[in-house]
Design a protein around this ligand. Structure first.
Ligand code: FAD
Length: 307
């Protein structure tokens, strides 16, 4: 059995594996896709101490760093179940294999919900963005739309209004769903327009980058075009935790509930990064949380394993 088995190999999982292996304990890491969301990112400018880099480079560096240590890497493997077997935690993989470990660190990340309209995929990272903290400054002085009028969409619009020249917030429903205090703040901003009852039907571009967006007015069915350079999609972040719903306590949003040590509701099972209730989904935060969960797992081992 492993001492520490990490599920997921994004920034959080890689950090957890490195911290565990550096303790000289038996460490494994199983992942669907080594690198995680970072693989889908282009410019990264907020990974502190590295002013500018690119997602695929960070993903390769994460893997290279893990490979410096004795870590059993099981890539392209999907975990499907978690169960307690005596003192051990058992992770079942999609192929039928079972892995046992004294402690497990869940770091399965999350995915942004997509609009699934023409142009969204074509122009991802070429004007279509999901993270205002990450990509807002890339649109300095430009025009953007934010799709989604819940808390995250309205927060994004307020944030972006301070950086870009103009923000159009587009909400599918008749009214925004964000907290009143956020809506008041949004409405006080001069460079923001709000459009409700609008269904985004297409992101347009010139072949290289985004140049506009088409939406349908749901009351009249008329189509309208907005000229802009960026589209921030803020219609939900889905944690990759569906397979854990009967195994560990999840929040109403499906995030794994963790305490300040990264401990879940199951003793010996820890979690870190975007799949947890820890606020703000960012690489630096995921890395720190992964390190923390790993130190917590080590602490758990030295308290529970006889010498
Ligand atoms: P993830 O990176 O999501 O990794 C999850 C890992 O778990 C992956 O290896 C995945 O394959 C694996 N996994 C999932 N389910 C299973 C399963 N059932 N079995 C086995 N393995 C599984 N953040 C920034 O700080 N700066 C940026 O500039 C930035 N830009 C971004 C741009 C885009 C387009 C996106 C999508 C995100 C961006 N982010 C950025 C956010 C950042 O990528 C995430 O916060 C970070 O990757 C979270 O790390 P994580 O390890 O928690 O999860």
């Amino acid at each position: 059995a492993f001492d520490v088995l990490v599920v997921g190999a994004g920034p959080a999982g890689a950090a957890a594996a490195i911290y565990a292996a550096r303790k000289g304990i038996r460490t494994g890491i199983v992942a669907d896709r080594f690198g995680g969301q970072v693989l889908d990112t282009m410019a990264i400018e907020n990974f502190i101490s590295i002013p500018h880099t690119e997602g695929p480079k960070v993903a390769a560096a994460l893997e290279q760093h893990v490979r410096e240590y004795e870590v059993d890497i099981m890539n392209l493997q999907k975990a499907e179940s978690l169960a307690l077997r005596g003192d051990l935690v058992e992770i079942g993989l999609a192929g039928g294999a079972r892995l046992r470990s004294k402690t497990v660190i869940l770091a399965t990340g999350a995915r942004w919900r997509q609009m699934n309209v023409p142009g969204e995929d074509t122009y991802r990272n070429k004007g279509v963005a999901y993270c205002p903290h990450c990509d807002g400054p890339l649109f300095k002085g430009k025009r953007v739309a934010v799709i989604g009028g819940g808390n995250s969409g309205v927060e994004a619009a307020i944030d972006l209004a301070g950086v870009v020249s103009h923000v159009t917030l587009i909400e599918f429903d008749k009214a925004l769903r964000a907290d009143d205090v956020l809506q008041r703040k949004l409405r006080s901003l001069k460079n923001v327009d709000i459009i409700t009852s609008a269904r985004t039907t297409e992101v347009t571009g010139d072949g290289q980058k985004v140049n506009g967006l088409v939406y349908e007015d749901r009351r009249s069915s008329d189509k309208h075009t907005l000229a802009l350079e960026g589209v921030f999609v803020q219609i939900g972040l889905l944690p990759n935790t569906e397979w854990l719903k009967d195994a560990v306590a999840l929040s109403p949003r499906g995030e794994i509930i963790v305490d300040v040590h990264g401990q879940t509701s199951v003793p010996g099972v820890f979690a870190a990064g975007d799949c947890t209730t820890v606020p703000y989904k960012q690489i630096v935060i995921a890395v720190g949380e992964g390190a923390k969960a790993s130190l917590s797992a080590f602490d758990h081992l030295i308290r529970s394993t006889p010498a």
